[in-house]
Design a protein around this ligand. Structure first.
Ligand SMILES: [Mg+2]
Length: 242
């Protein structure tokens, strides 16, 4: 494929926004801030337990889906599991930790360098742009508002608002229908191999994987993106200039 299609669907987190690039450090910061209030456990002991609980939490598709829609509950679930290993019971402190973790993540969130400029250029080409993001309606809307993203998109679709998220094929079909495009006339660009890439390909959309870390396809994955780029800015090479 050399030219941009009629419609382009874009993921938000870790495609346009640098949202989760270093979660382990954010958890460590949280553990350091709260270790003194938790009794006989140090931040360095707690953080690995939180990482284990985090991986366990997001490993189940249904638990993850509910967690994305109720992020504070997800954070609390992770923390409770980790703290149980140190006999720390549930208390309002755990909720405060969950809220503080969300705050740390939100404060660190930024558009990737060049991402907003790329949106501006794409918009100028007249291509139809759709934002297709999973997660809680309020949180995702807040990000769109904070970084003034709404003006670039002809259609904004949030899992928490529609009630359907990626990789469900209905999410892709709904977005295409809103834009008036067929699967063969559309690309999906995103960082998540299962949700963005496999999800789009199952309905016949050309899928562009953003390999933000530059690590290549992970061992063992059966997902094969149609195209791999390092950042959103790389889409510039598909824009015809005259
Ligand atoms: Mg993403």
């Amino acid at each position: 494929m050399d030219n941009l299609p009629k419609a382009l669907l874009l993921d938000l987190d870790d495609t346009i926004l640098d949202s989760y690039s270093d979660p382990d450090m954010a958890w460590l910061q949280l553990c350091r801030e709260f270790a003194g209030s938790l009794g006989d456990v140090t931040a360095e002991e707690l953080q690995p337990a939180v990482m284990q609980a985090r991986d366990w939490y997001w490993s189940d598709m249904e638990r993850a889906r509910l967690g994305r829609l109720h992020m504070l509950q997800a954070r609390r679930g992770i923390l409770l599991r980790a703290l149980a290993a140190f006999n720390v019971p549930d208390s309002p402190l755990v909720t405060r930790m969950g809220e503080r973790y969300n705050q740390i993540r939100v404060e660190a969130m930024r558009p990737f360098p060049g991402a907003i400029e790329m949106l501006r250029q794409l918009k100028k080409t007249g291509i139809l742009l759709g934002l297709l993001t999973n997660g809680n309606a309020e949180m995702q809307r807040a990000k769109i508002e904070r970084f003034s993203l709404a003006g670039y998109f002809d259609h904004i679709q949030i899992e928490g608002e529609l009630g359907i998220g990626k990789p469900d094929e209905r999410a892709f079909r709904h977005a295409l229908s809103a834009l008036g495009a067929e699967p063969a006339e559309a690309w999906m660009v995103g960082d998540n191999l299962e949700f963005d890439i496999r999800g789009a390909q199952q309905v016949g959309i050309y899928a562009v994987w953003v390999d933000t870390q530059g690590r290549g396809l992970p061992d063992g994955t059966t997902v094969r993106p149609d195209c791999i780029i390092r950042s959103l800015s790389d889409l510039g090479k598909f824009i015809i200039r005259d």
